[in-house]
Design a protein around this ligand. Structure first.
Ligand code: FES
Length: 140
């Protein structure tokens, strides 16, 4: 059996939403200390809706596919929806990731949350800090 699904290969070979949003409303960057991979997510937000999402991922194929899929999944959606996106949902949308590659999809979930938090912080929008549990561990 192939290690990677066709979806993973497709999103890795033809990633959607690669790039930078220069005037992003929220930016989230995370890294995985073990593998050294880094992911950055840029969000453009209008009236609580994610108008645009882009990513830069310096990492493995699964991380690239995960960030590509995750940005697709949150575009056009309300912020609350983006905050509920789990790495599991991203992996499922990719038709699965090998067990030892699940952590790559965690980067996508966390980078999106940090980008939304960045938007809230910049605009002094009040939020429940419990919405962003233990994100700090990846930031340092
Ligand atoms: Fe580092 Fe995939 S191996 S994110």
């Amino acid at each position: 059996m192939a290690l990677y699904s066709e979806k993973v290969m497709d999103y890795f070979m033809n990633p959607r939403n690669v790039g930078v949003i220069e005037d992003a409303d929220g930016v989230g960057e995370v890294g995985n200390a073990k593998c050294g991979d880094i992911m950055k997510i840029y969000l453009k937000i209008k009236d609580d809706i994610i108008d645009d999402a882009k990513f830069e991922t310096f990492g493995c194929g699964s991380a690239i596919a995960s960030s590509s899929m995750a940005t697709e999944m949150i575009k056009g959606k309300p912020l609350a929806h983006a905050l509920q996106l789990t790495n599991k949902a991203v992996a499922e949308a990719l038709e699965g990731l090998p067990a030892h590659k699940m952590h790559c999809s965690v980067l996508a979930e966390e980078a999106i949350k940090i980008a939304v938090k960045d938007y809230y912080d910049k605009n002094r929008i009040a939020y429940d800090p419990n919405q962003f549990p233990d994100l700090d561990h990846e930031e340092h």
